[in-house]
Design a binder for this molecule. Structure first.
Ligand SMILES: [Zn+2]
Length: 77
């Protein structure tokens, strides 16, 4: 019994994508994202633009910005 949603499978290919390491590490809500929003293209580094979806891209950018903001007071001091 397979429980794979054919609609999801149409939108991305699991052989050419993988979960984003960056988001996986930094986003506490990573596991509740839609699977396709977790994925980056296998051939790319774990960057925002490697994400397969707009939502994945935006979430990645938010995490990057949050990191930069968190670091700012330390580097300024
Ligand atoms: Zn990411």
């Amino acid at each position: 019994m397979e429980h794979i949603d054919p609609e999801v499978m149409k939108r991305f290919d699991t052989r050419s994508s993988r979960p984003c390491e960056f988001c996986k590490e930094l986003d506490p809500q990573f596991q509740i994202r839609a699977t396709v929003d977790q994925m980056v293209a296998t051939s790319r580094k774990a960057t925002a633009s490697a994400h397969l979806t707009e939502d994945g891209y935006v979430r990645h950018r938010i995490l990057e910005l949050r990191q930069m903001t968190a670091r700012a007071p330390l580097t300024a001091a």
